[in-house]
Design a binder for this molecule. Sequence first.
Ligand code: GLU
Length: 457
Amino acid sequence: MTVTVRFAPSPTGHIHIGNSRTALFNWLFAMKHRGRFIQRFDDTDVERSKQEYANAILYDLHWLGIFPDVIEYQSRRFDIYDAAIERLKAAGVLYPCYETAEELDLRRKIRRTRGLPPVYGREALNLTTEEKEAFERDGRRPYWRFLLPNFDTDPFETRRTEVHWNDLIRGEETVDLASLSDPVLRREDGTYLYTLPSVVDDIDFGVTHVIRGDDHVTNTGVQIALSKALGSKPPVFGHHNLLTTTTGEGLSKRSGALSVASLRESGIEPMALASLAVLVGTSENVASVPTMAELADRFDPAKTSKSAAKFDPAELQLLNKALLHHMAFEAVRERLAALGISGDDAEPFWTTVRGNLDTLAEGVVWWRIVKEGLIHQPDLSEADRTFVRQAFDLLPDEPWDRTTWKTWTDAVREATGRKGKALFMPLRLALTGLASGPELADLLPLLGREGTLARRP
Ligand code: GLU
């Protein structure tokens, strides 16, 4: 059977680095198994779901290097969920309830004071036809619960019912269905909660592996039971640890600063983000991995730890820098051209400056310095200015290459007696306007003799 995975966010906001972890785990798993990746939008909440968020999520995924084979929207499949509801009713495992939220709350409190677990007591199963009709006459509409298979013959006599699965990430897992309330599948206004559409879609789309955050572990017991009630063999499940902020708070769609979009806008490279999102909280070393194929080689769901992992933006910046440092010109040629960095000098320029960049866009600053001249006028002392002028008089003739710097500075040392920092720093300041930057030996041929002389103080 073709391995089939899905990434199923609700399009109610932008995805953050934690969501990208889920998407990437699925994508890499599909890559390793030559499987299919379904992008499913869980947009049953039509009020809060927005097409613009779905589009933004697709954009983020493409940027990361994830290209779904199929895109599905739950909001287009309500008739399919309605049909599943009818099947569950016919099988006698879906029952109508009429309690208000206040009534349920009160019952939970009573159960607690009696030392009973605060699960739903299935009182609605005892409603007579007349009682139901009376509720309907009062204007109450039923909501629908799935009768969990946690009893022998009497649903009021529940017994420990363990659902087991071998989690792809966490190993053996068990949920006791007797510890759970019968889940509501459909609300009184006819709208769906997450559970039923998710299970129906996983069956319909042939999902073989459900890989998601470990906040869904408990749902898995219910989903396995519901899959079976719908006559299907449950998929394999894998629950990965969640990412938190450095102070341990959960990430949410509201933590805007950690959204994939804002990290992209701050100049983070997709593979830096992907590397951290996948490798943090695993037994693998966190390092920037240049391609998705190499990341797939390092990815092994079983190496994921069970406890939450902290996401540190500073670590992401370091990975970004390391990635840029080794990035081949071919990998960035088009992006550089879009920034106006093109022509014969573009490649030597890139290899010269990449080791000094925090973001690719910063390359523009160096391109301007090389091609247009100084952005900041250096503050040279009178003595340094005299020294630099003297040095400029000793510039070798062209052609220039990487050895020119040494030839030049040897001559300058000889003529002026200056050496070390006293020699290099005034030259660096005069040539670039900055106290640090790329190797001057590499910069010099890019400036050329004419470009260099134009910087004579
Ligand atoms: N829409 C659900 C979520 O974002 C999907 C969970 C799942 O993968 O089953 O949490």
